[in-house]
Design a protein around this ligand. Sequence first.
Ligand code: HSE
Length: 294
Amino acid sequence: MKIKVKVPATSANLGVGYDCLGIALDAYCIATFEEIEHGLEISGCEQAYCNSDNLFYRSFCAALEYMQKKVQGVRIHIDSNIPTARGLGSSATCIVAGITAASAMFHNAMNKYEIFDLAAKLEGHPDNVAPAIFGALCVSFMEEGHASMIRYGIKKDMHFIAIIPNYEVKTEDARKVLPTQMSYHDAVYQMGRCAAFAKALEIGNMLIVKKACKDKMQEPYRKQLIPEYDKIRALCERFGADTMFLSGSGSTMMALTREEECAMQLKKQLQIQYPAWDLRILHATYDGVQSEVL
Ligand code: HSE
């Protein structure tokens, strides 16, 4: 049997929602999984990842184990335009693709909530895998090792300008620079903004988007990993973007506007100043992972 899966990119945290907010975006990873007589064959990624350590494969195996199923061998082909280690959910796409494909091989033996629960365990936090599975804007959290989520809508005309530097930031490193404690005062600051920001994205209230998207939990510590952060923020403001935040743990910075002209002009200016960077105007998608039997 051969299964094709399509998983959207995701942007987690959205500034003020560290480890709990995430949105699905219209850049995709497409992968096929085919049962073969024996062994493991992987193509479509760097040679260094074509082995049993591959995250697509490990997630596929984790799902088989969860379902108590076996395959003789598997051939995986990957076709992704989501850059790795840039804060656009590339590891979540590997995990969600692997689990979904395994489930689809056994007549969708896992429902989406089981896929989510296992994916969140493998990823270690639920904020990327939730929108990768369910689409749109997801608020998620873990309780006693299990993942829960609730989905918000997202105003259709939001333009996400993904400013993708030509260097990686590893999530592991970006988590190490964070403090281990936060004051009660800052927690109150953060909670109000996080809840307001999610609703503001849903209804398109850019006044609240602008006011609420000022993070105190992670961006002030992580921006040291992205030397151009302050310059980019100033440029986004100058070109009229409503806000700019780190996408996931970086290195991507995400500017947000409902004005198409603003998005185009900002992208054009960034292209001039950072010709080696990848600049994309993305939009939210309501579709999470999709699978089909080929
Ligand atoms: N919430 C995670 C973090 C996302 O910020 O570390 C990583 O992509």
